[in-house]
Ligand binder design. Sequence first.
Ligand code: TA6
Length: 296
Amino acid sequence: MSLPNDFPSSVRLGPGQGGLPRLEIDSPLARAEIYLHGAHVVSYAKTGEKPLLFLSEKSYFQGGQPIRGGVPLIFPWFGPRQDGADVPAHGFARRSAWAAESVREEDDGTVQVVLRLKPDPMTSALFNDSWVARYRVTVGNELTMELEVTNTGSAPFRYEEALHTYFSVSDVREIAITGLEGTEYLSAIEEVPRKRQNGKPIRFEHELDRVYLNTEATCVIEDPGFERRIIVEKQGSQSTVVWNPWIDKARQMADFGDDEWMRMVCVESGNARDNTKEIIPGERQTLCVTLRSEAL
Ligand code: TA6
């Protein structure tokens, strides 16, 4: 694991849960934790505010297993791979050990961490060996995450990606998500999978698992219980996934508490299904997400 030698005073590298290497950021602006395992942002809280992200109390913290919560990094396929192959859901990036390429503190107090993942025999067997991924995480009054994929090979290839963000909410039954009104979606659980969102905000009365397509919209999670709204801005993303497992699915997940479905919602920014990306040799493509919250 190649690590930079010097860290800013607001950044510490050490063993986190499960002994996994963790970068802890504690600056005047915000606190955050980033695990090298999966390049996984596990927590973020702007100074003086509630944590923005949800983390399951039952999450695994072990090699090869994804962390349940925070911002799982999905690459190079979303969910079950579209060719039906028997491979881990959501690709290998969130299960891989990333290398910390640089850690620096900007003049305004924000901290930027750059992590990198390259092919190895396991990933090349599952996908191809013609790519490198870099992930820039900027921690300050906002949380910005940029996933950059470069085609280092001599042929184009297709991939899916998403920042599968778990947000901490007061009660999923009380929140509303705006920004996707009138947008077409693919549902993983509804009989008629391809539908269009009506003109109203998304509310939750059951399990909901939808890939909204061809949308660059900013989404807002209105949370009266926490007296805040969370703003999810994105660039380089045509898909927004919205998911809550609800009661039955929560019970089926060993790394998720039976009642945790009430306190989380996933609003994920990426490129999936109809919005699968194609990248030509030498091309570099970036998915960028910026998260912030405001008092209601
Ligand atoms: O983001 C929605 C989704 O694809 C759901 O179908 C659900 O499977 C969720 O991801 C979590 O997937 P995981 O593999 O992390 O259990």
